[in-house]
Design a protein around this ligand. Structure first.
Ligand SMILES: *Cc1c(COP(=O)(O)O)cnc(C)c1O
Length: 358
């Protein structure tokens, strides 16, 4: 697709930018440009622009504001030792974007256009790459129903945008183990619902239980299944793996209520190649506790694009708290994290061809 290049009338001065990217944290600093493509039922995708990042004016009746027809993706560009920037499996994000679109009754964006749009933005704003050690450029492609219409039906107009945000090192000093609260009163997704789609509503539904976890002194909330309230599903934005002392690793299966993480999929492949037995099967909260207490379960890891691989150290469930292993990062968690981060940053060989440089 041909992108019209709109010049920025007043790019951020270099000294201001350099200060902003020195230690940007997460999600508050944005680059100068954005991608925008429009969709209309009769015309398809058109008006592809790479131009200044700026506010978008919306009619108060715009349907996304009322019925939440929207989807998003999250991926990162990383800097390699040779100075090149690389993306990690962007075509997997493109594919998942369309799977989310199907569930939310939205049009497909051609996968090559998705990948191209992300690459164009990274190229355009490459000088926004953070200078802090371990930094990355976080890309946020998203699509929303832009038709002004209050009837309840799929919209006939959509907007696809990509914005970029320099991100600091998620964990500055090593990888601390996180503490997790098992939500009793709330679920994230039910069978037949939208749990497998990357859509804002799932996050809206997770905010109250996440706040509850924080109020109870934990970092994150873990959700159980909506039917039996016993099977472990995932965190608000990360998938889980349970490591047993015999080298077996269990991860909850993709039954439609869990988001199919690209980090999850990558870890499954890495684990298999290391000769470990990976089982995608249900694992209950009671079993988790029993296995942690007996020592059968040695590690639990949470994974996602933002924090890559993170150890879970403590869990507070309906029957009290328990500790995983020593309560700190386990061996396999650390090893996998180093491997995956190394592949992403170009310091470890990439036999799968997961990384594509810009
Ligand atoms: C995005 C997301 C993940 C992680 O997916 P990655 O592709 O690994 O970043 C996990 N759970 C939820 C609910 C998510 O939205």
């Amino acid at each position: 697709m041909e992108f019209t290049q709109l010049p920025h009338p007043s790019p951020t001065p270099a000294d201001v930018r350099e200060q902003a990217i020195a230690d940007p944290g997460f999600g508050t600093v944005f680059t100068d440009h954005m991608i925008s493509i429009d969709y209309e039922e009769e015309r398809g995708w058109h008006n592809a622009v790479i131009g200044p990042r700026e506010p978008i004016a919306l009619d108060p009746a715009t349907s996304v504001l009322h019925y939440a027809q929207e989807i998003f993706e999250g991926l990162k560009a990383y800097k390699h030792p040779d100075g090149n920037l690389g993306l990690f499996r962007p075509e997997a994000n493109a594919r998942r974007f369309n799977i989310s679109a199907d569930r939310m009754a939205m049009p497909h964006l051609p996968e090559d256009v998705f990948v191209q749009s992300v690459r164009e933005l990274v190229r355009k704003d490459a000088d926004w790459f953070p200078t802090v050690e371990g930094g990355s450029l976080y890309l946020r492609p998203f699509m929303f129903a832009s038709e002004a219409f209050l009837g309840v039906r799929p919209a006939k107009k959509y907007k696809y945008l990509v914005i970029a945000s320099p991100a600091g090192n998620y964990f500055k000093s090593g990888v601390p183990a996180v503490s997790i609260w098992v939500s009793r009163d709330y679920v994230r997704a039910a069978p037949g619902g939208t749990g497998a789609a990357k859509t804002g509503g799932n996050y809206a539904a997770s905010l109250v239980p996440q706040a509850e976890a924080i109020a109870k002194g934990h970092d994150q909330v873990v959700f159980l299944d909506a039917v039996e309230r016993k099977w472990i599903e995932e965190l608000g934005g990360m998938n889980l793996f349970f490591v047993m002392d015999d080298g077996t690793v269990i991860t909850p299966p993709l039954t439609g209520t869990i988001l199919p993480g690209i980090t999850r999929n990558s870890l499954i492949q890495l684990l298999k190649e290391q000769g470990l037995t990976i089982r995608e099967e249900r694992y209950s909260i009671d079993q988790w506790r029993a296995d942690a207490e007996s020592g059968k379960l040695v590690e639990t890891m949470a994974c996602g694009t933002a924090a890559v691989v993170t150890p879970v150290g403590k869990v507070e469930g309906p029957d009290g708290a328990f500790t995983i292993g020593s309560g700190g990062p386990g061996q396999l968690t650390q090893k996998l994290r180093e491997t995956l981060v190394g592949i992403q940053r170009g310091t470890v060989p990439d036999p799968h061809g997961w990384v594509s440089t810009i």
